[in-house]
Design a protein around this ligand. Structure first.
Ligand code: RFL
Ligand code: PHB
Length: 394
């Protein structure tokens, strides 16, 4: 039977960063990831790193490529009522954000784990966790076509919203809070040079649109759509026409078109599991919480969780001191609920609400006008967007 100190389920940002931070503290991990290395390294997802997340990657020694190839941004634009309004993040907060794809973060972390002789088992599908009440949990997984087991002191459930970790907790031990939204995002990756230095968040009567980027050659775009929409029902022409319509405001700025490399539907939900711990199982990242993507927070929350979790686990291994682990869930959840609130606020402010009456529509307009008209309202947005303070108990 294979054995490790912390069994990490999932090689997303949460699992990889946790394993890296624990290795730096001399703690042994095995990462079990159901997908192939190639799959996780090319999965297009988030694109924005908060100021803290970029700093944490740098401090952990995995920020060099990000600093070379990532794009530091000092502002974002809101487009509504036929005009662009700049939110000057750096002027309002003294902080910047980094536009760097999640798959690049994942690549950097995998390369570093492997260079440090860390163990990542790809195509290792976890089917169940046993013994969470004992001090030797057992993980069952299939790898190389065989049923295998891994024993450990702790299980880190970093396996996303649909993973097995949260589902392994006995009924009634974790409370979940959830909201769904009557829309989703149609994501488009295009080989087209970005024409804006900043991300553009557009509120249009046809629905929200977002203009983002992955590199000086690749644009990332999103359109609000119905949750059941078939991305293939959209021709490339129809997509570009709709993107022009929603993003351009008649001030001369236009978007570049180019070959569409990928189309996908990103579902939208809010979800929080409380607490984020059940005995020897610690949940982190999307396994514990989902925010709608309008605030660009999912990857950042995943990275924030493990910055709290790694020192807490290290304390337990060093001196059997459980105070960090006891505080883990409350420490994270306090910040997670603020981030959830911001993400919901941004979502409601910027999406066309299918069931909104005239009163709701005017409130939404007033919300946007307030942010554009007042430095303090803009600062509130900016402070949340660049990232709320993260207290990491050491
Ligand atoms: P991940 O990245 O989903 O990783 C979980 C991993 O667990 C594996 N797994 C299993 N492995 C073994 N056995 C099993 N039984 C397993 N079940 C699952 C999975 O294969 C996977 O590799 O979770 P993590 O690490 O918590 O990271 C969370 C982020 O991925 C997520 O929050 C963000 O991508 C959300 N998000 C955004 N976040 C941002 O911070 N900024 C953004 O700009 C942003 N944009 C987005 C987003 C998410 C999107 N989608 C697709 C939902 C844009 C989109 C379109
Ligand atoms: C992205 O580039 O994928 C992105 C950027 C900002 C968001 C969401 C996604 O709010």
């Amino acid at each position: 039977m294979k054995r490790t100190q912390v069994a990490v389920i999932g090689a997303g940002p949460a699992g990889l960063m946790l394993s890296h931070l624990l290795a730096a503290r001399g703690i042994d991990t095995v990462i079990l990831e159901r997908r192939s290395r190639d799959y996780v390294e090319s999965r297009i997802r988030a694109g924005v790193l908060e100021h803290h997340s970029a700093a944490a990657l740098r401090a952990a020694g995995v920020g060099a490529r990000m600093d070379r190839q990532g794009m530091e941004h000092t502002s974002i634009d809101l487009a509504f009522s036929g005009a662009h309004h700049r939110i000057e993040l750096a002027r309002l907060t003294g902080k910047k954000i980094m536009v760097y794809g999640q798959h690049e973060v994942v690549k950097d972390l995998i390369a570093q784990r492997l260079a440090d002789a860390g163990e990542i088992l790809f195509e290792a599908d976890v089917s169940g966790i046993e013994g969470l009440d004992s001090d030797r949990p057992i993980i069952r997984y299939t790898h190389d076509g065989r049923n295998q087991t891994l024993t450990c002191d702790f299980v880190a459930g970093c396996d996303g919203y649909h993973g097995v970790s949260r589902a392994s907790v006995p009924a009634g031990q974790i409370v979940t809070h959830a909201r769904s939204y009557p829309y989703a995002w149609l994501g488009v990756l295009a080989e087209a040079a970005p024409t804006s230095d900043e991300l553009v968040y557009a509120r249009h009567d046809n629905g929200f649109a977002l203009y983002s980027m992955r590199s000086p050659e690749v644009t990332r775009l999103y359109l609000q759509c119905r949750p059941d929409e078939d991305p293939d029902a959209w021709s490339d022409r129809a997509l570009w026409d709709e993107l022009h319509r929603r993003l351009e405001t008649g001030d001369g700025w236009t978007i570049n078109e180019g070959p569409i490399l990928q189309k996908n539907i990103a579902p939208m939900r809010s979800f929080v599991a409380e607490p984020m711990r059940y005995r020897r199982l610690l949940l982190a990242g999307d396994a514990a919480h989902i925010v709608p993507p309008t605030g660009a927070k999912g990857m950042n929350l995943a990275l924030a969780d493990v910055q709290v979790l790694a020192p807490a686990l290290a304390r337990w291994f060093d001196s059997a001191d459980e105070t960090g682990l006891d505080a883990y869930s409350d420490t994270c959840l306090k910040r997670i609920w603020k981030v959830q609130r911001f993400s919901v606020w941004m979502t409601r402010m910027l999406h066309a609400q299918p069931d909104a009456d005239g009163f709701e529509q005017r409130l939404q307009q007033a919300e946007l006008d307030s942010v554009a008209a007042s430095d303090s309202a803009a600062r509130h947005l900016a402070e949340n967007y660049v990232g709320l303070p993260l207290e990491v108990p050491e």
